[in-house]
Every structure is written in structure tokens, then in C-alpha cells.
Design a protein around this ligand. Structure first.
Ligand code: HEC
Length: 467
């Protein structure tokens, strides 16, 4: 024991935390773990029994224990994993960690192999390391591994799934040949369509997020119970959604507003209309409706126009106004009596949109010939990739969602400008279809409240946002 105390006394005192707690525990722990840095300076540690002093990266915990604390080691000595199944190793707390670091005593009380260096860290630094270990543990149950980021998906069967799958595979390949995103390759786990089987698979192989377009309703509900980020469902939502969903494209409220504007224009502001929608959505339309008192809201057959914003209850009308994706879903159930159908297309590109990037071309070939859904999916992957690259190595679900939100407005040249926080940039094109003659007229992409044909040029937009 005496020897040990002397060794400790001789042990070099490493840099201490600054008095002010300016760097957060998160960056302190991460810096120590990954880089052997503390408060911007290389940490020092001593090797037993020679007393050799090593600094910085050489004594960074990650070098031996692995970047995700999954265990590792060089030259036959194994540094154990310090996290297990989403938590730090049993018995690892402030006291036992401090004991291992200063005295080289293991969690089970035995003397550790001399390959584990001796550190002299203040308790704040030990706490920060524990916090970092907790973060790493969480990552491991969020589908993030040292060399891999796992995403999961459920796609409807058939050609849609095949083409989306092929696209994701191409994206994965592009990333792989570039050496990964911060050395991690992307994995896509295709879940079975059946709920119990899907949840079991996800339990065994946790995923960072879901790349989802469509899923059976009960499976979707079960997946949503797990609070996995749901990235870029490609079609608009027709009801309420959890906060972990990041949808690509204009929110339904924007389409609703554009459709109502078209309807008011077509009816010259007078007549009977029926609105089939969630009450929250109707509430967003109220101010516009109030400005047109000659427009009477009623329900039942024979109204002049029907504004359809969720799957219909068999209403009939001569004119129907609906998002194109909703009509595609409703399909044959669409009242045959309608003479005129007006749809919004949220995938139409605003005038002056930039050309698709070279990366978009590598992903999609000629984007002009790719269908709207593939263009949409391609844009979703590019947005996701941008967010992931911003995160660096420190990928967690929460940080991914935050990074998406922080991207601001993203222009891909494949879909209209996108922002995770729906902003004034959202819009759609309005298309009028005469069902008897088959004639179509298309108003170019615009935002709610803008006169038709007033689509602002994106360059102006970018210039304005730079100021
Ligand atoms: C140069 C390699 C190396 C570095 C750097 C290193 N360790 Fe270790 N560590 C080891 C080895 C090897 C063992 C296992 C020794 C044994 O089993 O006898 C170990 C054991 C441990 C243990 C005991 C685990 C148990 O189950 O008893 C803890 C805790 C630990 N290290 C934490 C850290 C922390 C925290 C850092 C960074 C501040 C760090 N280590 C840096 C090599 C290293």
C-alpha cells in the first residue's frame, strides 16, 4: 500500500479544470474520451511501473477502449468495454472510475494490467467522463456503432419499394466508396411488415431512425411508440403526428390554404362549400373564410365545392379541391360526379430553382426523368446526409433531429426548398382538371397569399436570407 501511495504522490498532476465551468460536461467528457484533451490542453498520464509520461491522444480513453467504449486494445492486452446494452458497465460509478484511473484498480477490486495508464483527474473531470460514457451507451442503443449508422425502414411491397430500395442502396454505396460519413457506413435494415416481428427485429438491431414512406397503420403506431425519429415520409400527413417526424415537402396547412384560395377564386367568393378536415386544420383556414361571408359552409350532397383534406366520408360535389397525394390514396372512391378537380402538387419546383447538384445526379441519374417520388426520396437522402455530416462522430437521435432543424432552408434542385421548420418558403403548384374534357391548367408554384404567377426567384430569396 505504501508503494502505491508513493506512486500516486509521484504521479504527475494533470491539467485541472478551469474554475469557471464554461465548457459543458458534454464537451469536457467527449474531449477527454476521444482526444485526451482537457480544457484545451493535452491530458497527461503515467505508465506503471516505468513512470513514463504520455500525453494527449496517446492516453485518450478511446484509443484503447474504442470510440464507442465498445472495448478494444492493442498488442494482446484487451481494454474492456465500458458500456453494455445501453448503459455503462455495472458497478461503474464516480468512486470506482476514480479508483481505476488513479490507482489502477478494476471494478471488481483487482489490480489492473499496467497497460491501463494512471491519471490524476479532478472529480469534475471524472463526472464528465461518466456523462460521456452514458452518452456513448445511449448511442449504442440508437443504432450508432463505431463503423456503422443503422436506419430501418418498412416499405409497401411492389415496384415503389423496389425503386426506393435501389435508390437507398445507391446512396449507401456512394457513401461507402467515399469512406463513410466520418468513417461510418450506412446500413439499411428492412423490417418485416408484421408488427411483432418488426419490433423484435428492431429490439435486436436498434436503429438510429426510420426512413419511412408508408407502413401498415398498426405497425406505424407501434413504431411511433418507440420515439424513433421518422425521417422524410414522402407523402403529406393527413392527421396529427409525433414531434419526431420530419416530413419533406409543404405541410398540409399550406396545401389547404392554396386550395381554399383557388376555390374562392373559382366561385368568386360565393356559394356553398363543405370542408372535410381535422378541426385543427380547419381552424387555420378560418381567417380566410371570415373574409368571404358569401361563402356558406354546410355539409351533405349538392354543395358547390368540396375541400377534401382527409380521406372522405363519401361526400359529393361538382368541384373537388384536394392535395394530389390524398386523391391518389382515395383513388377509385372519388365521387364520379365531380366535374372539376383542383389539386395541389407540393413537388412542383418553384420557378428559378437551382439545377440539381452533381451529387443529386450521381444518385438519381437524370433527375428530370426520375419520377416525383424518387426525386423526393433522393432529396430526403441528401438532406439527411447533410445533417449527418454536420454532426461529425457524435451522432444521437436527438442531435440528428436538432441538426435537421438547424439546416435552415435546403435547396436540392429536386424538390421545392425544404425546411424542417415549415416556414414562409413552403408552397405548391395548383392544377385544375376538367373531368369532361380532360383539360388541365397549371398555376406555377406559389406560396399561400401570393398572386398566381408571382413565384419569387430563389436567387432573390437566397440573397435576402444572406443579409
Ligand atoms: C493505453 C490503453 C488505455 C487507455 C488510454 C485507457 N485505458 Fe482503461 N484500460 C486499459 C486496459 C488494458 C484495461 C484492462 C486492464 C485489465 O483488465 O487488467 C483498462 C481498464 C479500465 C477500467 C477498468 C474496467 C474494469 O472492468 O475493471 C476502467 C474503468 C478504465 N480502463 C477506464 C479508462 C478511462 C476512463 C480512460 C481514459 C481516461 C482509459 N481507461 C484509458 C487500457 C487503457
Amino acid at each position: 500500500m505504501k508503494g502505491l501511495v508513493r506512486a500516486l504522490a509521484l504521479a504527475l498532476i494533470v491539467s485541472t479544470l478551469p474554475a469557471t465551468r464554461s465548457p459543458s460536461a458534454e464537451t469536457t467528457g467527449g474531449g477527454l474520451w476521444r482526444d485526451g484533451q482537457l480544457a484545451g490542453r493535452p491530458v497527461e498520464a503515467r505508465l506503471e511501473p516505468t513512470g513514463q509520461v504520455l500525453r494527449g491522444k496517446t492516453v485518450a480513453c478511446a484509443r484503447c477502449h474504442g470510440s464507442e467504449a465498445e472495448g478494444g486494445g492493442e498488442g494482446g492486452v484487451r481494454a474492456p468495454a465500458l458500456v453494455r446494452r445501453g448503459a455503462r458497465s455495472p458497478g461503474l460509478d464516480e468512486a470506482t472510475l476514480a479508483r481505476a484511473l488513479t490507482f489502477g484498480i478494476g471494478l471488481d477490486g483487482r489490480r489492473l494490467h499496467p497497460a491501463m495508464p494512471r491519471y490524476a483527474l479532478e472529480s469534475a473531470a471524472v463526472d464528465a467522463l461518466l456523462a460521456e460514457l452514458d452518452r456513448l451507451a445511449r448511442r449504442s442503443i440508437e443504432g450508432v456503432a463505431p463503423r456503422r449508422l443503422r436506419f430501418a425502414t418498412v416499405w409497401p411491397a411492389g415496384p415503389v419499394r423496389e425503386s426506393l430500395h435501389a435508390l437507398v442502396e445507391r446512396w449507401r454505396h456512394l457513401i461507402l466508396v467515399e469512406g463513410g460519413i466520418f468513417h461510418r457506413e450506412v446500413e439499411l435494415l428492412v423490417l418485416p411488415n408484421e408488427t411483432t416481428a418488426a419490433l423484435a427485429t428492431l429490439g435486436r438491431q436498434p436503429a438510429l431512425a426510420l426512413l419511412l414512406d408508408d407502413a401498415p397503420a398498426d405497425l406505424l403506431a407501434a413504431l411511433r411508440g418507440r420515439e424513433l425519429p421518422e425521417l422524410f415520409p414522402l407523402r403529406p400527413a393527413y392527421g396529427r403526428e409525433p414531434g419526431s417526424v420530419r416530413r419533406l415537402g409543404a405541410p398540409l396547412a399550406v396545401e389547404a390554404r392554396l386550395l381554399l384560395e383557388a376555390l374562392i377564386d373559382d366561385l368568386d367568393g360565393r356559394g356553398t362549400i363543405d370542408i372535410v378536415a381535422e378541426p385543427e386544420l380547419v381552424a387555420t383556414l378560418e381567417p380566410l373564410l371570415e373574409r368571404h361571408p358569401a361563402l356558406v359552409r354546410t355539409s351533405g350532397p349538392g354543395v358547390d365545392a368540396l375541400l377534401l383534406l382527409r380521406p372522405p366520408a363519401g361526400a359529393r360535389a361538382r368541384r373537388i379541391y384536394a392535395p394530389v397525394d390524398l386523391l391518389a390514396r382515395v383513388g377509385p372512391a372519388l365521387p364520379a360526379a365531380a366535374e372539376r378537380i383542383v389539386v395541389t402538387d407540393p413537388r412542383a419546383l418553384p420557378p428559378g430553382s437551382p439545377e440539381p447538384s452533381p451529387r443529386a445526379r450521381r444518385l438519381l441519374g437524370d433527375p428530370a426523368t426520375a419520377g416525383p417520388l424518387l426525386r423526393h426520396a433522393g432529396a430526403a437522402l441528401l438532406v439527411l446526409e447533410t445533417a449527418l455530416r454536420r454532426l461529425g462522430r457524435d451522432v444521437t437521435r436527438a442531435r440528428l433531429l436538432a441538426a435537421l432543424d438547424e439546416l435552415g432552408t435546403v435547396t436540392t434542385g429536386l424538390v421545392p426548398p425544404w425546411s424542417a421548420r415549415p416556414g414562409p418558403e413552403a408552397g405548391a403548384a395548383v392544377i385544375r382538371i376538367d373531368r369532361r374534357t380532360g383539360e388541365r391548367s397549371i398555376d406555377p408554384w406559389r406560396r399561400p397569399g401570393e398572386a398566381p404567377n408571382a413565384g419569387r426567384r430563389l436567387e432573390d430569396e437566397n440573397r435576402r436570407s444572406e443579409r
